[in-house]
Design a binder for this molecule. Sequence first.
Ligand SMILES: NC(=O)c1ccc[n+]([C@@H]2O[C@H](COP(=O)([O-])OP(=O)(O)OC[C@H]3O[C@@H](n4cnc5c(N)ncnc54)[C@H](OP(=O)(O)O)[C@@H]3O)[C@@H](O)[C@H]2O)c1
Length: 369
Amino acid sequence: MSKFTLAEFAGIFPGVAGPKQASGLLPRCNIRAQNPLFSGGAGAPPDGQGIMSTMMPAPRLATRIRHLWNGGRLIRLASEALEMERRDTDKINKKQPGTGPFLPGKDDELELVATSLRRRRIARGFENARVLVTGGSGGIGAAIVQRLASEGAHVALTYGRHAAKAEETVQAMQEFGGRTLSIQADLTQADAVRAAVQQAASEFGGLDILVHSAGIGVFGHILELSDEDLDRALSVNMRGTYVAIQEALRHMQAGGRIVIIGSGTADRVPLPGNSLYAMTKSGLIGLVRAVARDIAPSGITINNIQPGPIDTPMNPADSEFAKTICDQFMAIRRYGTGEEVASMVAYVAGKEADFLTGATLTIDGGYAA
Ligand SMILES: NC(=O)c1ccc[n+]([C@@H]2O[C@H](COP(=O)([O-])OP(=O)(O)OC[C@H]3O[C@@H](n4cnc5c(N)ncnc54)[C@H](OP(=O)(O)O)[C@@H]3O)[C@@H](O)[C@H]2O)c1
């Protein structure tokens, strides 16, 4: 039986479906001929009809997909994909004439649709790029891994304590055909950071892109935080970042890209108890500015992306804290997603961002507006 996962949709429609959704494997791709989504018509399909219909594993996933439909993005992108897939569609229709563009219902037909969509993704902007994403077991890191892998990159990721989450991310990206590598590294240790970068570069024969997403929040009133807390925050958020950049540069050539995940919440609107987080994340702004000048002659860029509140294990969107933040601070009254941050990373790390360096860019739903 054909298996069609949301990870594939992430590859076909980047930014629409992501790794969080990809954790739910769709047993079958339930495409219906009368569905406006696949007959190219406008408007949202009625509930209960559509590519994923009743087979979604979690109510939350169902809500998400319905939301996407209502926004019309999936429909539009699917229509574009249909154009690209016309030849395959004709092939299917020859089997069952007059039944609409796609009428899978038999497993081999489902497989044909899935395979053809897999083969021709809309965007392959990172074909064969050699990428290292630190913190790839985290919410934002996993989304970045998935996005770049879906566009053809070979991706190594690092993780600290969560091997299972790293493995899940690796499994999901394997469907995109690039090479994958998972590296355990305690980023409080400079040697471990160096070794992880070296391992990725040695496996791939160099590095084109470093995305440094690993980070920790150490929170508490300044009078309650210990020297150990201070060391931990400094070692992961600052020294780990510095050493990762330094080592990555030794393996990069002109055209290389370094993207750091800072924090807009920490830098621009730190809340009580954020002294360590604010200090360590704000320091990255100066780091990126200065390093940009060192490395511009080598044709390598470095930029800092500052997310606002993003729904991840570090900052879950279903907490009481999140509700307060959404009610009182957010211009767009919801948390962002890892996929939204990954979209910005894809631009900054991509070929169109040649003239962008030393910058700190915010993606925060208007948290600091
Ligand atoms: N979520 C937000 O609202 C938000 C907002 C602004 C900025 N950010 C920043 O975005 C980045 C990613 O955060 P996230 O929300 O995705 O958090 P997350 O889900 O907690 O992920 C954090 C990642 O960093 C890794 N990490 C942390 N300490 C480590 C250590 N000592 N050694 C090795 N790896 C370590 C974790 O690995 P393991 O889990 O395997 O240990 C994990 O992969 C962080 O830099 C964070 O500061 C997040």
